[in-house]
Design a protein around this ligand. Structure first.
Ligand code: KG4
Ligand code: ZN
Length: 351
């Protein structure tokens, strides 16, 4: 099945063309075309993503990326080689999502092919399937960490999901971005905080500034990041000056606390819910320290197989949307839809 996939939920406009073959549990994917325009240089001036600006950029970028992708693949404008169009329906920034949804609807109509709406967070989850050969054994636990979401999802098979825990306020990626701003670092802050934190760890000195690990003693699997961000704010306010060493120290202590919270809750979830596979995906799964700490769990849960997406698939992309559309087809969730709506708050088990 050849799928043209579109992603516009936040600040990346992405179009991909994939060939998907095989059945569950071993679907195979070949990416024949993949183009992406990041709006980071535009939004970074404002320190975050502006929905109406994102919408305008998606509208401008989509026709260009479609043209580029079809050319790359050698498919004619009438798209005789496309079997379905897949598009992110939510969650995300609603004006941005609508741009992709309207564009995808028009294409599916024009090409007379089905339109498959995809949940962005399910897209992050199945991004690990891009590495053909990753065998998913169920039950599966997923830690999904992005700029808008932080959730622990439990799956009994490729279509039955239960949310075990989620953030009560800010998402972990959002906390990285806000703390970066407090330290005078550019959006997106995750990679920059992570870099400074690593420099501090390499100096092998214990930080004198430390932060409490959020939700450590809560009796559930929820997360919370706004208190941690506020603690960083008060710490920064009290300083006379914010020199490079102090920035490194704060970045390190923030990352220590933020990541420990993720790993601790993942461990609690594994203790209370049997799982054979652990997937960690979403933008924050690019974080090296998180990957190290998650891999350490393998010593406690010996039979657990852990998957992360390959680095270029951690950030938003259209490949994961195409992969998920195929999983939806294989699990009979690709009901014929003529009129789909974008939904900013779409929850995990709905499309
Ligand atoms: O999944 P994603 O690309 O977009 C959303 O769906 O939100 O995630 C973006 C988030 C941003 O908050 C960014 O700062 C964070 O992922 N991020 C990181 C790292 N790389 C990206 N956070 C921590 N460490 C990183 N290395
Ligand atoms: Zn995302």
């Amino acid at each position: 099945m050849k799928i043209l996939a579109i992603e516009t939920s936040c600040d990346e406009t992405a179009v991909a063309y994939l060939e998907a073959t095989g059945d569950l549990p071993h679907p195979e994917f070949r990416v024949l075309g993949n183009s992406l325009i990041s709006q980071v240089p535009i939004h970074k001036e404002y320190g975050g993503v502006y929905p109406m600006l994102a919408k305008r950029e998606h509208q401008k970028n989509l026709p260009l990326l479609l043209e580029q992708t079809l050319k790359e693949v050698g498919v004619s404008r009438n798209a005789s080689g496309v079997d379905a169009v897949a598009v992110t329906r939510g969650p995300g920034l609603e004006p941005a999502l609508w741009t992709g949804v309207e564009f995808a609807k028009e294409l599916a109509d024009k090409w007379h092919v089905p339109l498959i709406p995809v949940n962005h967070m399910e897209g992050h989850l199945w991004s690990v399937l891009f590495n053909n050969g990753n065998t998913i054994e169920f039950p599966l636990l997923a830690l999904l960490v992005s700029g808008g979401h932080t959730e622990l999802v439990y799956a009994g098979d490729f279509k039955t999901f239960k949310i075990l825990g989620r953030t009560r306020d800010d998402a972990v990626g959002e906390a990285f971005d806000k703390v970066a701003r407090l330290l005078g670092l550019e959006y997106p802050g995750g990679p920059k905080i992570s870099h400074l934190a690593r420099l501090h760890r390499e100096r092998s000195i214990e930080p004198s500034i430390t932060f409490t690990v959020p939700m450590k003693n809560s009796k559930d699997l929820d997360f919370s990041y706004s208190g941690l961000k506020t603690s960083v704010l008060y710490t920064v306010k009290k300083l006379e000056s914010l020199d490079d060493d102090t920035k490194q120290e704060i970045a390190r202590s923030f990352e220590d606390a933020a990541i420990e919270s993720l790993v601790e809750k993942t461990k609690q979830a594994l203790l209370s819910h049997r799982a054979r596979t652990l997937i960690v995906a979403g933008g924050v799964s690019a974080n090296i320290y998180l990957r190290e700490k998650i891999n350490e769990l393998k010593t406690e849960f010996e039979d657990l197989v852990v998957f992360f997406p390959q680095p270029e698939l951690t950030q938003d992309n259209a490949v994961m949307i195409g992969i998920t559309a195929y999983i939806m087809k294989l699990t009979s969730r690709n009901k014929p839809t003529s009129d789909i709506e974008a939904s900013g708050n779409l929850s995990f088990n709905t499309v």
